[in-house]
Design a protein around this ligand. Sequence first.
Ligand code: ACO
Length: 429
Amino acid sequence: MSNTYKLSGNSEASAELPSYSGTLGPDVVDVRSLYAQQDVFTFDPGFASTASCKSEITFIDGKEGVLLYRGYPVEQLANNSTYIEVCYLLLYGELPTATQLSNFENDIRTHTMMNETMLRLFNGFHHDAHPMAMVSGVVGSMSAFYHETMDIQNPRHREIFSHRIIAKLPTIAAAAYKHSLGQPFVYPRNDLDYSSNLLNMFFSVPADDYEIDPIAVEAIDLLLILHADHEQNCSTSTVRLAGSSGTNPYSAIAAGIAALWGPAHGGANEAVLTMLGQIGNAKNITEYVAKAKDKNDSFRLMGFGHRVYKNFDPRATIIRDMCHKVLAKLGRDDDPLFELALELEQVALKDDYFVEKRLYPNVDFYSGIIYRALGFQPSMFTVMFAIARTVGWVSHWQEMITDPEHRIGRPRQLYTGPKTRDYVDVAKR
Ligand code: ACO
């Protein structure tokens, strides 16, 4: 279908633009010919009305609070699947057969170890370096280790890259954690499943026995599933944009990790804990809610609001239930921070400001409380998010590279700077 659009400001100007329908979600207007037809650009800072690509991976209906991975509701995957199975689904488009799953698990296991030289990179970081700084740096450095399998046009090279990075992210993250604590690095154990191995690398020490708690495994696997992908969010778009230049995929993923770190995105889980610590007590909630509503105050309720969800984030509901379960199993159901979070949620949900702006708890409102209960330091929360999202970034990068229509991402601008002017010698300025 194609429609004629009148351009305001010039009654004569119009453009004939095609529109397309996806399988779900709003139609899109194809503005690619607009510049050629009318010498105008579209203007959409923050890309709230822009579909930057076609994608078959993840669908979100923000009004209804729906999230689908390859068509499967995230609630069903959270209840029935494992993170590794979800990785297969996101990467290959279909749920695996038993044989495919077992082969995939095996492929991931055979890539969990880190090159010892890469391990030594951590010694270059100060002990109090933020783990996101270490993880993004070390992931970027992977391009210096695996250049023999980095032909991005070669499907097998892309597959090896995808297995390698999904397998190694927990190992790299655990190394960052151990470095910050000054503890010896713990090597991966390939007899363990993905989440158990992750916990073992983080929390075991050579001097003691470490028993992997099944509730911790269940909670980690769930959090990994819920964070695995989220269509064209900030970090995924960053990976696509960086990757669109043809750069090697490790560099593109490192760019995604850097984008994830910000408090408006994946850094929110750490920021929620900091905020709950600042609020400190239920009697201060009103004061902080007032600060969040004050236009002259930069304070925001971290873990609230979302660009796409204008209803409950379906992931937040699942995580809140898991939070209850984990705290109860660990005998910490009277955790004051959890109680504070529940109360803050109730106050905000009844407040006109949050109701009118449709600001609901997002995925990160409760995830930090679970991570904290399991023993992770707040600075590791966003790293956990990065581990989970790696498969989403890789799936989108693969989709982009294999899309015959893909071009280098190169937006334009509305220039508002000075018009052409002549250089003035320094003595005359
Ligand atoms: N607290 C108080 N007010 C808020 C909040 C909040 N958490 N979130 C949005 N608002 C207000 C804004 O002030 C704005 O008000 P206005 O219309 O009067 O100017 C309105 O709601 C819309 O907010 P925007 O910032 O324009 O919305 P946007 O879609 O650009 O931002 C974002 C979404 C970044 C998530 C925002 O809601 C926010 O900063 N939330 C807190 C940080 C957070 O939890 N981030 C994690 C997001 S989930 C994820 O990435 C994993």
